[in-house]
Design a protein around this ligand. Structure first.
Ligand SMILES: [Zn+2]
Length: 213
């Protein structure tokens, strides 16, 4: 059950409790044999607008283990401006697990079929969900350097596509995307804060103002 799970608590603390149901977020309380490594993770489905059997393209699993995400006082590291500690406890697997052999995919493609003059592109599922929570359609690439060229044409019809960057690696990534899209505009986030931190610290209005909305 997601309700009341550590996954829900984590997502709520990140300010995304309201949008969690529309993204179908889940918690892997126990896993079937062969999938044990996903146990205890937050499950993030990649929903597709087709619905039915084709509604979930894949699922990624995010580590929310207490030792990785909370300090000794039980506060989440993101609440105190510290980095999560996944690399200390499981340096080989990282904070996200992907199904074996799964290629990079775009997160939140339902945003692409909603009428809107603007679109936001971020790195990561949490930031994409954050923009949705702020009322702006947002899609997420599952990491720096994961972009596939065949994703770009879907973005050419927008008046403006805002490419959000919060660090040097992100800026380089977004710069390479901007080269493929004449309607793109790179937004550098102040103080290296990602979209979710900005949303949490300053609220949805302040986040929208970053792109002039
Ligand atoms: Zn971890």
């Amino acid at each position: 059950m997601y309700q009341g799970s550590p996954a829900q608590k984590y997502v709520k603390a990140r300010g995304l409790d309201d949008v969690a149901p529309s993204f179908g977020l889940g918690f892997v309380a126990s896993a079937i044999p062969g999938h044990e490594r996903y146990a205890g993770h937050l499950a993030i489905p990649y929903l597709r607008p087709a619905g039915g059997e084709d509604s979930v393209a894949t699922v990624r699993f995010r580590c929310i283990a207490d030792k990785c995400v909370k300090d000794a006082d039980g506060r989440y590291f993101f609440e105190t401006g510290q980095k999560e500690r996944h690399s200390e406890f499981h340096s080989k697997t990282g904070k996200y697990l992907t199904l074996p052999g799964d290629p990079p995919r775009l997160f939140n493609t339902p945003a692409l079929i909603r009428p809107s003059p603007v679109l936001v592109v971020v790195e990561g599922e949490f930031d994409a969900m954050t923009w949705e929570a702020a009322g702006v359609p947002g899609i997420g690439a599952p990491g720096t350097g994961t972009w596939r060229d065949y994703w770009s044409p879907a973005l050419l019809g927008y008046q403006t596509v805002y490419l959000i960057s919060e660090d040097a690696a992100g800026f380089k990534f977004m710069e390479s995307l901007a080269a493929q899209m004449p309607n793109a505009k790179i937004i550098e986030m102040a103080g290296n804060q990602d979209s979710n931190s900005t949303f949490l610290l300053e609220g949805p209005k302040a986040l929208r103002e970053r792109i002039g909305l």
